[in-house]
Design a protein around this ligand. Structure first.
Ligand code: NAP
Ligand code: G4F
Length: 326
């Protein structure tokens, strides 16, 4: 008999899959919101990869449709709600700014409303992001650093972040935000730069491609592993008092150096294969992100456990295995 029920939006995404795995290990009943796409097939590849496809319950619904969320609350009665669903690719937010606002911004408020009406005693996690710091106002970003969003995605996330704070202060909801810096894994979407690089390296290594086209490789990010970061989400909801926390490694690296780690691990010379293509430049760039996770370490006892090198090696191995048919 499950002790608690968790409801996860974005359950089919990278973090949703790892969080489901963690919660199932802890004995939770795990329910997920599954938006309809062009066919009734749901993207279950990540849950399948982790071997938990049949262990979660999926409910038809969409963050932009409050009615669908209300129905899901009535059916699954969540104790903990994790809002991971989003249009999460920064580049796409310039070509689909309204959709990004509706799903990534207003979607969070739809979920908070469903909770306020039907499950005010539940606990809520909002997937906030280091992108909200954008044009950084301090060299190391903490919970007190002012925000300066640089994309429609970041602006939508900032709205969702402040609405989470507002519902906590207005209605006394147990609502917390994790301001998570970039986190990656073999389950990362192929369009994000780490996975694009590890997939590209595997293709070149296997003779399936000869070049990898990238944009601004001088950008710097604070990269951790998604498996470590979902543990922080759960820890936030186990606290007596809701709050906001930065989750980061405290180390920043250029895209160029991350790329070099991947190529060298595969025994390849990146200079021979990487081509800079302005098509991947962004209208406004976030040049550097570097998080200060001291509060999470002190209050939650959380710290990142996987180094960038270990993570990139795991991702290259997984892409070699996938593309090599193993
Ligand atoms: P992801 O892999 O892109 O997953 C996004 C999820 O949202 C998918 O399951 C997707 O469903 C779902 N979704 C999209 N539109 C939806 C809608 N209208 N209604 C309901 N669900 C919808 O993202 P992730 O990397 O796991 O990130 C999880 C969350 O953390 C996101 O909110 C992201 O913005 C945020 N975040 C991520 C990072 C990071 O570095 N990964 C850092 C900070 C914050 P489909 O599979 O059907 O498309
Ligand atoms: O991997 P990225 O697309 O991630 P980005 O934009 O930092 O956003 C990710 O992390 C955020 C947390 O800070 C999340 F909130 C968000 O949902 C998402 O998960 O790009 C990283 C950097 C950027 O500076 C980009 O300009 O890599 C640079 N880059 C250089 N060449 C590239 C490429 N990014 C992509 N996606 N593709 C390239 O070819």
């Amino acid at each position: 008999m499950a002790t608690k029920t968790a409801l996860i939006t974005g359950i089919t995404g990278q973090d949703g899959a790892y969080l489901s795995q963690l919660l199932l290990e802890k004995g939770y009943r795990v329910c997920g919101v599954s938006p309809r796409r062009s066919t009734s097939d749901v993207n279950l590849s990540r849950l399948e990869w982790l071997g938990i496809r049949d262990d979660v319950e999926l409910f038809d619904g969409d963050l932009s449709d409050l009615g669908s969320l209300i129905r899901i609350f009535e059916a699954c009665h969540p104790d903990e709600i994790y809002n991971l669903g989003a249009q999460s690719f920064v580049q796409t937010s310039w070509s689909q700014p309204v959709l990004t606002g509706q799903v990534t911004g207003i979607g969070a408020v739809n979920l908070l409303e469903a909770m306020r009406i039907l499950a005010p005693e539940a606990r809520f996690y909002q997937a906030s992001t280091s992108e909200m710091y954008g044009l950084i106002q301090e060299p190391r970003q903490s919970e007190t650093t002012p925000f300066y969003p640089r994309s429609p995605y970041a602006a939508a996330k900032l709205y969702a972040h402040w609405m989470t704070v507002n519902y906590r202060e207005s209605f006394g909801l147990h609502a917390s935000s994790g301001i998570l810096f970039n986190h990656e894994s073999p389950l990362r979407g192929l369009e994000f730069v780490t996975r694009k690089v590890t997939d590209g390296v595997a293709r070149i290594k296997l003779g399936l491609a000869s070049e990898l086209r990238l944009g601004n490789i001088d950008a710097k990010r604070d990269w951790g592993h998604a498996r470590d970061y979902v543990r922080a989400m759960w820890l936030m909801l186990q606290q007596d008092v809701p709050d906001d926390y930065v989750i980061a490694t405290g180390v920043t690296t250029t895209v160029r150096d991350m790329c070099r780690i991947a190529f060298e691990y595969a025994g390849l010379d990146m200079e021979r294969h990487v081509v800079i293509d302005p098509k991947f430049y962004r209208p406004a760039e976030v040049d550097v992100l570097l998080g200060n996770p001291d509060k999470a370490q002190a209050a939650l006892g959380w710290q990142a456990e996987t180094s960038l090198e270990e993570m990139i090696r795991e991702m290259v191995d997984a892409d070699l295995a996938r593309l090599g048919g193993r």
